[in-house]
Design a protein around this ligand. Structure first.
Ligand code: CTP
Length: 476
């Protein structure tokens, strides 16, 4: 049999062959052999099917159950496009079948081949595509899905959307859709801060477009940092799921919950600070559980290495004083939960410059007390949340200290936990807590409910259930 020289095929066929081969995990030569084998068996090569894909749930079978969801992912042209490839996988993990559309600019960063291979679906790039299996491709891609995700959403793409342009496949889909649209903006911080982008963002928000991020951090451009990094694929995929399946009418629907988490950092000089070992895990878990229960959640957190929980408004701060101002700005709330390990003191005489070693001895650090955020909010006469919950992190006399904290801080409940190093609670994933609440029926006016050791997520779910029950009773 004569050998087949793939090099001599035209570019479109070569591209298609590479795509099929990648999808089937074969070399191009093996793919060609397979096609010929199939053709010999079937009698003819079908001209209508460009390549075999995984099934894409059709409208009649698609319900908004995980595993049967459909997303059209528009990949814009920015360096963050490489993260969109990971996003395909994350969306699939969350139960979405994904069809990708690449803008011309996106194709400078990632290939249609990679997007197709990862999504197991044909990838679309052209508005006028004679090879498209759809009659009017952009209409099908705009409507034959539960959600459109744009990642990265570049400044240019957002400007075109705000103006209603439709001069390429991506913008035509976005103009033709009646599905929810989720943008994950990514651009240089100066572009994000530019007045034109601000106007476009405001317009898109008015138009009901949903957004996630951008986050702050370092940029691809050397030495640049600020707000403009695309949200992480995991965060985007979680938000995508939430957009198509908003929290059902959970027990905290319509309630505003404010939570503090993590440590605070109190500067000694521009490069040093006082901190503690809090990981923020318990506060983040409570925020996620409250959101899951339908609440509108604001999480004010000190520096931690955790991703924003989906659907939660996160305010990141450094010091105790910054935390207090963000907490006050987030009022009113129905419930405030203070899980942060706030530094009790800050340095009064912090160095404006890095403190240097000298021969004359050690620097003297003068400490002053930080505001007590929990006590400040619990003692408010105006806009005091009806239910104020503190944590008591103790290393000895747990219950006695927690009871006196309940009285001293003026809160309604205290979640007490033993944080001595042997427990592994600080920074770990498990927690053993006692819920101490005011109880007029009890002899000493306090009720203690001891929970078994459990994961921090379970503690969070349990606490949220207790909160929901208390709110339902209309009393703390
Ligand atoms: N807390 C706060 N602001 C502070 C200190 C503590 O909001 N400046 C809150 C914590 O978030 C927690 C509760 O108060 O909900 C108790 O914190 P904890 O560190 O256990 O107690 P302290 O107030 O620091 O008291 P002590 O140092 O005596 O244990």
């Amino acid at each position: 049999m004569a050998s087949l020289t793939i090099r001599k095929l035209d570019d479109a066929i070569k591209a298609e062959l590479r795509l099929r081969a990648a999808q089937h995990g074969r070399s191009v030569e093996d793919e060609v052999r397979n096609i010929l084998r199939e053709a010999a068996g079937a009698g003819a090569i079908s001209g209508g099917t460009p390549f075999r894909t995984a099934t894409y749930p059709d409208r009649s079978t698609s319900s908004q159950n995980a595993g049967n969801l459909r997303a059209t992912l528009i990949i814009g042209g920015g360096i963050a496009a490489y993260k969109a490839l990971d996003l395909i996988r994350r969306l699939k993990d969350n139960g979405f079948a994904v069809r990708c559309v690449l803008t011309n600019a996106a194709q400078q960063f990632v290939t249609a081949l990679a997007a197709s291979a990862l999504s197991n679906q044909r990838c679309y790039t052209d508005l006028f595509d004679s090879a498209s299996e759809f009659d009017a491709g952009h209409i099908r891609l705009a409507r034959d899905c539960d959600l459109i995700v744009v990642a990265p959403a570049t400044a240019d793409l957002m400007a075109k959307m705000a103006q209603g342009h439709a001069d390429d496949l991506a913008t035509a889909i976005l103009l033709a859709t009646d599905r929810p649209v989720l943008l994950a903006p990514a651009m240089n911080p100066l572009m994000w801060a530019n007045a034109a982008t601000r106007r476009n963002v405001a317009q898109l928000q008015r138009d009901g477009i949903k957004m996630i991020g951008p986050n702050s951090g370092t940029m691809a451009e050397a030495g640049e940092a600020g707000v403009g990094r695309m949200s992480e694929p995991l965060e985007i995929a979680a938000r995508a799921l939430e957009v198509v399946r908003p929290p059902s009418a959970g027990p905290l629907m319509g309630k505003r919950i404010l939570i503090t988490a993590g440590p605070t950092h109190e500067p000694i000089d521009p490069v040093r600070y006082i901190a503690n070992r809090s990981s923020g895990k318990q506060g983040f878990a409570i925020a996620a559980a409250a959101r899951e229960a339908g609440a509108e959640v604001t999480l004010v957190t000190g520096p931690v290495g955790l991703n924003d929980p989906a659907g939660v408004t996160v305010k990141r701060v450094e010091s105790a004083r910054d935390m207090l101002s963000e907490v006050e700005a987030a009022l009113p709330a129905d419930v405030a939960i203070f899980a942060a390990a706030v530094a009790d003191w800050r340095v009064a005489n912090r160095g404006e410059q890095k403190i240097k070693k000298t021969a004359s001895g050690f620097p003297q650090l003068d400490l002053v007390e930080n505001p007590d955020i929990l006590a400040t909010i619990a003692h408010r006469t105006e806009r005091r949340p009806p239910l104020v919950i503190g944590f008591a992190a103790e290393t000895e006399h747990l219950l006695d200290n927690a009871r006196s904290k309940l009285a001293r801080k003026g809160c309604d409940w205290i979640v007490a936990n033993d944080v001595s190093p042997a427990t592994g609670i600080m920074g770990g994933d498990r927690n053993t807590v006692h819920l101490i609440s005011k109880d007029d029926g009890a002899t000493d006016g306090v009720r203690v409910d001891s929970w078994p050791a459990m994961g921090k997520d379970e503690v969070a779910t349990h606490l949220v259930a207790q909160i929901a029950a208390a709110l339902q009773k209309g009393a703390s």
